[in-house]
Design a protein around this ligand. Sequence first.
Ligand SMILES: *Cc1c(COP(=O)(O)O)cnc(C)c1O
Length: 481
Amino acid sequence: MTEKLIFELSGEGKRGYTLPKSDLPTQFPEELLPPEVLREYPPELPEVSEVEVVRHFVNLSGLNYHIDKGLYPLGSCTMKYNPKIGERLAILPGFSDLHPYQPECTVQGALKLMYNLEGMLCQITGMDRITLQPAAGAQGELIGLLMIRAYHTKRGNPREKVIIPDSAHGTNPASTYLAGYQAVEVRSNSQGLVDLDELKKLVDEDVSALMLTNPNTLGLFESQIMEIADIVHQAGALLYMDGANMNALLGITRPGDMGFDLVHLNLHKTFSTPHGGGGPGSGPVGVKEELVEFLPLPTIEKGEDGYKFNYDRSHSIGKVQGFYGNFGVMVKAYIYLRMLGAQGLRKVSEGAITNANYLMKNLKDLYYLPYDRFCQHEFVLSGSRQKAKGVRTLDIAKRLLDYGFHPPTVYFPLIVPEALMIEPTETEPKEALDGFIAAMRRIAQESEENPDLVRSAPHTTPVSRLDERKATKDLDVRWKG
Ligand SMILES: *Cc1c(COP(=O)(O)O)cnc(C)c1O
């Protein structure tokens, strides 16, 4: 890595701006501020010129892989297309300078946006009401489960267990535990779907809900969903959908029509907020009528004299978030939905499904495909054939970096050994998909002919193979200047 730290570029007196000389009298901080708030030493900030700052960050951005550089087929995480216009509009001062303590009458536009966003998401999911407050999918899960608990408690017994398929995302059992429930695993059958006989054995009066991802984390549509809903509902339990994979269903089918009682969405996966860098997220939760009374406070209502926060809900699970959630993410989702409309949304999902199936068909002769069926927006290969030659899935992922691609998700879902979970963005052109296919096919060939080359990858990145043990155990990022 040749790029220096910005502190190393610093030199006393260097400036990144030129201002005309001020014709006002100079005032020093000591004259304006009480002594106890003054610093003893000036802050140690780097002093650099404009070209140095710009070059520094342009060079850094090139060292990292990002969605503006190339294909990012990260399964489960859904690196969807996020139109740049969303960023431009979300920072308009009318949105970004709002203060959460402003009186309602001065933020009518923001409330209207949230109210209308809720309405559109209700249409998309087939739910009756939605809370926009959760800050992530995982928080949405927890809030959904707390509503499930409130629902059963009101009927006399909160119940004890939540059933979760063995292919589920790790947040599902974690949220279940946090909500005070015990997670019970239901096995997938040989087709990668919920095993109905197993499910029937597990469902009883102690089960509060089944948490299901549809399409599931193998990228397969749970086609027996109506039967599953019947089994769950007959025992008085509720059906929760982890909607992180909603980008396969938009405008095609709706959780509400499949018998789900509640669903969370990931606006930062499905509705146009970039993620993966730890930025703000949003995990709205939609509910059917029977759960509306438990929604967190406040809800947004439209009255005769405008939009209002409503705190008057006696069975609500209460306040779950500082203020009203991540508003900027909602703005981007709103813009995206208005831009695409119903037809456009359907095309998003069709694009995701088409791209995934195209990759799957062109790779399954060289990589083992454990569930060989029409997939949704993603699919899971196994590196087991390559492993027999001494090349692990991790090596394949690293070698992809040499060919200029971000690797897919690896070693998840847990039920596929040496898993490679591939999810191409719906907007990828055929040329980009063909490039990825060519790289994957070449790596399969290299694994046969020159396994050491793959095992020692990456060779062309700024940093080669990391010592992962050291990176987690002895990480030291302090600057020793
Ligand atoms: C991403 C994801 C989650 C968790 O969402 P976060 O916003 O990361 O908390 C849950 N379930 C599935 C299937 C996911 O892909």
